[in-house]
Design a protein around this ligand. Structure first.
Ligand code: SF4
Ligand code: SF4
Length: 425
């Protein structure tokens, strides 16, 4: 009896950490144990996610931590001002449930989870300030909710068209404003030398991603799509030099695997291009169902992976103002988020990826509540149909409850692709 009374009561933060650790470890164990042997170099990434999400290890206690609410904030500028970018897009169901008490039930789970995470104040690498691009309505409104929790949140104006010169100039000004604001807050001056160096470092990180992507084009694909999501999600928060080193080791090992024709999936596993609302650790619900259904994700068009590493910055003159403008141009033009009025670029890119990676079909996930991805599915479906590309559209959220129904749909789609392939042979 006395033992029971003496037992310490778990605090809400401890409970949140325990639930998040359970979510994280379930996914990590699945990746490590449920598929063919993962590349040895993936060990770095599995350990990183375990340390951060199961043991709350802080990675940046010595740095100014710059929270970003979306992909559109140039990390090159943050690094050049001696800060570290931390993308706050969140994939935990535990945090989604906390956010559900603060936002409408129908909101996108990614936004609810990001808000829930920040509301809990239970954050290892707490951002010193947050930059929130005015992209989709929910992200935009989430900024002011988060401000209410005591964070310094700065809106970064983002246009809703990208073809016009007005939009481009608008975003250039916006990024100049962001850069000046961060420079004032950190008390650092943006120097030509540092900005050039960080553009080149991020460019190198992109080139590593492209090497991995090239290896996934061959008939024997040396890495699973879920492992690739882990690598690209680590870029959200890892120490950049450690990420680069670990990814170099991965490239080297995968090149060896490619020579030995090691295929991460089965002999007849259909090849999938994944698109839509971003898979963010540990919400790999749909990607895991796909690869557990004997398909393999060979490429993706999402803002938590491929889209982060597309298109390099093209600089005319290596002066600070020119570099800032070039970064703004790159971040806007390369963005294929459905927030834009038109999004022919995204359709073009999906078709390109299907062709370059010899894919058998496309799986398009939209988070329930994400109006823009839901709205855009029709035009993507029509375009794929025109090209004769099989596509499956799925709506999902972060809850573990719909698993059975979703896997039935994915398995049926994968089976139909196998039948199609058999007929073709
Ligand atoms: S889906 Fe669009 S708005 Fe949302 S995080 Fe990704 S790029 Fe940003
Ligand atoms: S998934 Fe949709 S609603 Fe959620 S952040 Fe991205 S664009 Fe916005």
């Amino acid at each position: 009896m006395s033992n029971r009374l003496n037992r310490e009561i778990e605090t809400p933060a401890e409970k949140q950490n325990r639930h998040k650790a359970m979510e994280a470890i379930t996914v990590l164990n699945t990746l490590k144990e449920s598929f063919k042997e993962p590349p040895k170099a993936m060990g770095y990434f599995y350990d990183l996610f375990e340390e951060v999400y199961c043991h709350q290890k802080a990675l940046h206690s010595d740095k100014v931590k710059v929270g970003t609410m979306c992909i559109q904030i140039p990390s090159e500028i943050i690094y050049a001002l001696d800060g570290v970018p931390i993308r706050l897009c969140n994939g935990f169901y535990t945090d989604d449930e906390i956010g559900s008490d603060l936002l409408p039930q129908k909101s996108c789970p990614l936004v609810k989870a990001s808000v829930g995470h920040l509301a809990s104040k239970n954050i290892t690498d707490r951002p010193d300030m947050i930059y929130s691009p005015t992209t989709c309505d929910q992200k935009t409104k989430a900024g002011s909710t988060i401000e209410g929790f005591g964070y310094d949140v700065v809106d970064v104006d983002f246009p809703r068209t990208k073809e016009s010169e007005i939009s481009r100039e608008f975003f250039r000004r916006s990024i100049r404003g962001f850069s000046a604001d961060l420079s004032a807050k950190t008390g650092k001056k943006l120097s030509r030398k540092k900005l050039r160096a960080s553009i080149s470092k991020i460019g190198y990180a992109q080139s590593l991603y492209h090497q991995l992507s090239e290896l996934r084009k061959s008939s024997a694909v040396p890495i699973l799509g879920n492992d690739m999501f882990l690598v690209t999600n680590a870029f959200f928060f890892d120490r950049i030099d450690s990420w680069i080193e670990a990814t170099e080791a991965l490239v080297e090992e995968l090149e060896q695997r490619a020579k030995e024709k090691v295929h991460a999936a089965g002999r007849v596993s259909p090849r999938i291009v994944y698109t839509g609302s971003p898979p963010i650790f540990p919400n790999y619900k749909i990607p895991l169902i796909i690869e557990e259904s004997d398909a393999i994700i060979v490429a993706d068009e999402t803002c938590s992976s491929n889209r982060m590493f597309n298109d390099r910055v093209a600089v005319d003159e290596w002066f600070v103002n020119d570099m800032i403008d070039s970064l703004a141009d790159k971040y806007l033009k390369a963005c294929t988020c459905p927030v834009f009025t038109k999004n022919d670029d995204r359709i073009r890119r999906i078709i390109e990826l299907v062709k370059s990676h010899n894919a058998d079909g496309v799986i398009y996930q939209a988070f329930a509540g994400c109006t823009v991805y839901e709205l855009e599915q029709r035009s993507v479906l029509e375009a794929m149909e025109k090209e004769g590309i099989s596509i499956l559209y799925i709506e999902s959220d972060y809850s573990p409850s719909q698993h059975g129904q979703l896997s039935t749909r994915v398995e049926a789609f994968v089976e139909s692709l196998k039948i199609k392939n058999r007929k073709r042979r």
